[in-house]
Design a protein around this ligand. Structure first.
Ligand code: SF4
Ligand code: SF4
Ligand code: SF4
Length: 346
């Protein structure tokens, strides 16, 4: 009964999102995996890999690059389509479809909060892009495989192992399998909201976050935006954000577009209609709107994705900034930690 009440209490958009994640997982992962089968694959690796074709190997030429692109042709197409969708609509793949981030999120949500680790307050942008740089350049140079720390290989193999397939079981007892399984549990199932792998380690998510941030400036781009004049600073959206993408600046919510996945949960929980998935305002800032003759006049909401500094002469406080020096420091630190971890398994 309690479970039914809990399900009923889930906001409509979130029910729809969970349904899409389950559908996408059933289509892309074993035992059904009919989308990979359409292109002659049985998992998300090989020609479907979206993580490997942009790696830089020492001394690599353009010819080598195109060989990598060719080897993962379907993955390259999928990656391009994801980035294009993100440019226009925000991170639809990550928030609504990806079976890897999605299944980790759903498993974590089924677990009692007391078992979960809170990662969301860590400096995720610095860690993510530090690791991204390490993944792109240092890992190939050190001869570490792109599959070493990859949830896109772990989840399909885990499902194979659970359905009794030999390949999945062999993978899970290998050293790479054990490291990846640990990663999935630590940064997925036992992470608060289940998206810590997405926050810190997924290269697709890192690229997608950059496109999301750059695209937020375009007039056609739908993003989660804040109407500052409506926000009461109650912090409920920040507590519910699965990616830790909302911070309070001067008691007003600001959305970090490099991390937001457009999941809509903050919009659902805000009682003040201060958040919306929308394009930038086309009206002049603070243009008054008459709601009812002789009764009420108030400005149209000024939906902002990044800063509060659009009002000339108004509040010029900017949203949270990224320290790129910290990104480089994080990259160096993660390089050292990863060499130690991976080295101990070789
Ligand atoms: S960040 Fe990576 S694992 Fe997470 S949802 Fe996006 S593509 Fe999937
Ligand atoms: S839930 Fe709404 S009112 Fe509360 S801090 Fe977030 S945006 Fe502001
Ligand atoms: S800011 Fe809102 S839409 Fe973006 S990830 Fe957080 S809860 Fe989801």
């Amino acid at each position: 009964m309690q479970v039914i009440n809990d399900i009923k209490a889930i906001p409509k958009v979130q029910k729809y999102r969970y349904f899409l994640i389950i559908l996408a997982s059933a289509s892309m992962l074993g035992p059904l995996a009919f989308l990979p089968q359409l292109v002659g694959s049985d998992d998300l690796c090989g020609s479907l890999c979206m993580r490997r074709f942009y790696l830089y190997f020492p001394g690599m030429s353009w010819e080598d690059f195109f060989v990598h692109v060719n080897a993962a042709a379907i993955g390259v197409m999928a990656f391009s389509l994801i980035m294009l969708t993100t440019l226009f609509f925000g991170r639809m793949w990550c928030g609504y479809l990806c079976p890897v981030g999605g299944l980790a999120e759903l498993s974590s949500r089924m677990l009692n909060d007391r078992w979960k680790i809170e990662f969301r307050s860590l400096p995720q942008v610095q860690i993510r892009y530090g690791y991204f740089g390490f993944f792109l350049v240092a890992m190939p140079a050190l001869g570490i495989s792109a599959c070493s720390l990859c949830n896109f290989i772990t989840i399909p193999r885990l499902i194979e192992a659970m359905s009794g397939e030999y390949r999945g079981m062999v993978f899970l007892v290998s050293s790479v399998g054990m490291v990846n399984l640990g990663l999935l549990l630590l940064l997925g199932v036992f992470a608060s909201k289940g998206r810590a792998y997405c926050q810190f380690m997924c290269p697709i998510g890192a690229a997608d976050g950059l496109v999301n941030r750059i695209g937020a400036n375009f007039p056609f781009a739908r993003r989660i935006r804040v109407a500052k004049e409506r926000c009461t600073g109650c912090n409920i959206c920040a507590r519910n954000c699965m990616c830790g993408a909302i911070k309070m600046v001067d008691k007003i919510a600001t959305v970090d577009q490099v991390s937001c996945m457009s999941c809509h949960e903050c919009v659902d929980v805000c009682d003040w209609n201060a958040l919306a998935w929308t394009t930038p305002p086309s009206h002049k800032v603070n243009e008054p709107k008459r709601i009812k003759k002789n009764t009420e006049i108030f400005p149209l909401p000024n939906w902002q994705a990044i800063h509060f500094d659009v009002n000339k002469g108004g509040d010029t406080k900017a949203g949270p900034a990224v320290s790129w020096v910290s990104v480089v420091n994080a990259m160096i630190l993660l390089t050292v930690i990863s060499i130690v971890i991976v080295g101990s398994f070789l």
